[in-house]
Design a protein around this ligand. Structure first.
Ligand code: ADP
Length: 257
């Protein structure tokens, strides 16, 4: 519980920081970037200054992408929640994720044959799932299997005692499972901490999983991680289900590979 509190306080602090500074910071960065580009255009490729300016541009672009992530993270715009079928969100996500995964990662889907409806922001949910897929890709070093599954589950009182936000009842469980490197306990316990990353400086921001955690909490959901070094990692996201009518249940979709 104390850890959860620390995490949500940290999230709030990061959100405030991001909302307040990132926008202004990004405007200043755009000025730096445009002058760097101006300098590049008016120097010759062989000149040392040309190379230096290219370094400025590259670092500036990286900073700009980080601020964009922070802006997304501070979520100044409210969530736009509607009833959505998680299977549809995943079908769209697969199209997005495939080119990012490369040809040596096999993507499997194990979607529940009926609609699994939640009340959620589909854009944000898709982004959160994409963050998980990108982490899985990075953990698999190019080769392996990534499985996306959906399943309706009923959470009982005993289970809900794990997390004070959870209320017993019907949920949809989304699992993202990879055959990657897995995580040792010291990484696993810090995975949702904002800015915690084990990636090289310049390649990880440490905001991906913090965003996922924040979003799941905003949806009164729960997230679990199971990981074994050398075997792989499974994330399970539980979101409160919207009860479907018998008619909607009839919409059976074929189970993809
Ligand atoms: P980033 O990806 O920028 O490092 P994240 O918050 O997304 O930040 O992830 C934090 C850390 O958690 C990663 O650096 C990595 O060590 C670990 N991690 C996340 N997902 C996985 C995974 N599927 N397999 C192994 N390690 C993971």
């Amino acid at each position: 519980k104390e850890k959860q509190l620390r995490e949500s306080q940290k999230l709030e602090a990061v959100g405030m920081l991001a909302g307040g500074i990132a926008h202004e910071f990004n405007n200043l960065l755009q000025i730096i970037l445009s002058y760097a580009q101006f300098g590049i255009d008016s120097t010759q490729a062989g000149e040392p200054l040309h190379q230096d300016l290219k370094c400025i541009l590259k670092a500036g672009e990286r900073a700009s992408s980080l601020t964009r992530q922070l802006l997304g993270f501070s979520r100044r715009k409210p969530l736009c929640c509607v009833d959505i079928n998680v299977n549809d969100v995943i079908a769209e996500l697969v199209a997005l994720a495939k080119p990012l995964l490369g040809s040596r990662i096999t993507l499997r889907q194990n979607l529940h044959p009926h609609s699994v409806i939640v009340h959620a922001d589909s854009v944000e949910l898709q982004q959160a799932l994409l963050n998980c897929c990108i982490n899985s890709r990075d953990a698999m070093d190019g080769t392996g299997e990534l499985t996306l599954s959906t399943e309706p589950v009923d959470l009982d009182e005993a289970y809900c005692r794990k997390d004070e936000v959870l209320k017993p009842g019907p949920f949809v469980r989304i699992s993202i499972s990879d055959t990657g490197s897995g995580m040792p306990p010291n990484v696993l316990e810090r995975i949702f901490e904002p800015f915690f990353t084990t990636k090289e400086v310049g390649s990880g921001t440490g905001l991906g999983m913090a965003m996922v955690y924040g979003l799941v909490k905003q949806h009164q959901g729960h997230i679990e991680v199971e990981s074994e070094v050398g075997v792989g990692t499974t994330f399970r996201i539980l979101l409160p289900a919207v009860k479907t009518t018998a008619k909607e249940k009839e919409q059976v979709r074929p189970v993809a590979d």
